[in-house]
Design a protein around this ligand. Structure first.
Ligand code: TTP
Ligand code: MG
Length: 241
């Protein structure tokens, strides 16, 4: 099976509690390799969109497709294989740094793991750890900073070959200088993958193919950075405010 990573959402409506929709009539289409950004106030429904793409919950109405196939038709296992996740909360396990990154692809050689760490700008800090790549991480990486944990998650995604990438506040705990440094790595990570990205710092999503502005569970504006600035609507407010 050769998944391209086209994503479709058609009239998707969903809520966590009965009769309380959080997303209302969301429709969008992402072509293979496109970068789609979601912006909007806190609680607008951005994370919920990625939760649904990952099928963490079942939608009430509408349909979500990858390469035109309803995600309910293929197993969860195939979905997990095709989507690499970089979320705000990191998921590290007790094991070495090498093992934690390799979790992105168990058959990867050490050299590939190190290359992925370099992409994520994690290689330098890893080498400064007591035992480098063989350093054992305590539960959920308790002996690392939040930003360092995020870099490991990015390295893991860089190692994965999934055609779809979801990044929800992937660099929220990284300082702005490091964020700028890893931007290049992030661009490499997103290259040729269909990416859904959520970021509070709008400077990091300016180059997206499409920016969706969410408000109370609806897409109220969509377009490129330039188009949305010209419109002088909500995006303009968020960007200039
Ligand atoms: P989110 O989708 O989490 O909103 P967001 O990602 O846009 O916000 P933020 O910028 O702060 O990350 O939430 C939308 C609504 O759904 C909100 O009212 C909270 C609710 N919600 C739940 O009830 N359960 C959940 O697990 C999540 C993720 C959200
Ligand atoms: Mg969120």
């Amino acid at each position: 099976e050769n998944v391209q990573g086209e994503i479709g959402m058609e009239h998707v409506t969903f809520g966590y509690l009965e009769n309380q929709p959080v997303l209302k009539d969301i429709s969008l289409h992402a072509k293979k390799g496109q970068k789609i950004a979601f912006v909007g106030s806190t609680g607008a429904g951005k994370t919920t969109i990625t939760n649904l793409l990952n099928r963490f919950y079942e939608i009430w109405e509408g349909k979500i497709t990858i390469d035109g196939v309803d995600i309910r038709e293929n197993g969860l296992e195939s979905l997990r294989e095709n989507i690499a996740l970089v979320l705000q909360d990191t998921h590290l396990f007790t094991g070495t740094v090498m093992e934690n990154i390799r979790y992105g692809r168990l058959d990867a050689a050490d050299e590939e793991v190190i290359a992925a760490a370099k992409t994520a700008n994690a290689d330098a800090f890893i080498r400064r750890l007591q035992n480098g790549y063989d350093t054992v991480l305590e539960g959920d990486g308790a002996n690392l900073s939040q930003g360092q944990r995020q870099l490991l998650n990015i390295a893991r995604a860089a190692l994965s070959k999934a055609p779809v990438l979801v990044m929800d506040e992937a660099t929220s705990s990284v300082d702005t200088i490091t964020e700028r440094q890893i931007q290049e790595g992030m661009d490499a990570l997103m290259k040729d993958r269909t990416t859904f990205v959520i970021a509070h710092r709008l400077s990091t999503i300016r180059n997206s193919d499409m920016i969706m502005v969410l408000e109370h569970g609806r897409i109220i504006e969509r377009g490129t950075h330039t188009e949305l600035l010209q419109r002088q609507g909500r995006y303009y407010e968020l960007y200039t405010g």
